[in-house]
Design a protein around this ligand. Sequence first.
Ligand SMILES: [Mn+2]
Length: 342
Amino acid sequence: MKTCKNAEQLWSLVESSSRIVLVGHTNPDGDAIGSLSAMYYFIRQTGKSASLMVPNSFPDFLSCLNPAEEPVLIYRNDTDVCEKLIADADLIICMDMSGPKRIDEMSDAILKNSLTKRILIDHHLNPDVDPFDTVISDTEVSSTCELLLSLILESPVIDGDISRLSLECATSIAAGMLTDTNNFSNSIFPATLERMSLLLRRGVDRDCLYNEIFCSYSASRMKLMGYLLSEKMKIIQDGCVAFMILDKSEKEKYSFRTGDSEGFVNLPLRIKGIKMSALLTEDDEFVKVSLRSKGDLDVNRFAREYCNGGGHRNASGGRLYMNISETAAYFTESVYDYFKKA
Ligand SMILES: [Mn+2]
């Protein structure tokens, strides 16, 4: 069995490697950037270094996590540099993704060199284990950052003593936990708050991190949120499902930047009776679908069956390859079909 829960294998691979590349998923979120920077700071503490990269750019509010001495490379902007680092790597660690599908055009480069060892560290359901030599997968954690903390605590360098962890590493881990749980309102497991407590004891400034991440939006982003809720939110399926569609002209009108729609999909879940919420956003080659649900309603299954995607039971995503004008009818029909089968 390739899947292992113990950290020993991971840290011995890191120890025996010298050219390490850390990879995060497309449209990087706080958990992706947080786990990259946390792993970087930890590896640096062991006297080594690593290169960090993601397929496309990440929102400004995550810049506070970006290591100044080894900034995260953007594959789409720096393809040649990234390709060379990947080709020369002896260890590639992919984090916060269920498989290479989540890194789009970068996956070819990652999978090309069969001599390179590949590790996956992730918390999503049904990881694609085949392309990896080692898979560390745990779905009973809030985030990849939380899983990474448990692994780091088991490393010989830290050996269970949180005071040995650098503050930068602790802060990056806390950022991933803060964002994936939407400020501790979902995906909380019994160990999640204990691990967060450790990070606070280590000196993480949660208030500062909260302000950096949740209170640094632009005015146009707030106006877009108001517009979507008042003009675009549709409620269907007898008041159980809400969805909003954001098209390109609206993105332009509200000077949309990467990350601006972060959190929008959660808002309709605050309405009594709403069990499922979706945000459909027009992108260049597809329509991006974000899905959230409450309780037993499984949007992972919905994403797999109707949206070419997947994720978690209460938080999933996918892509629709159709014109944005067709998506409202398609989504409504899919919801109807899904509820009929359930
Ligand atoms: Mn995550």
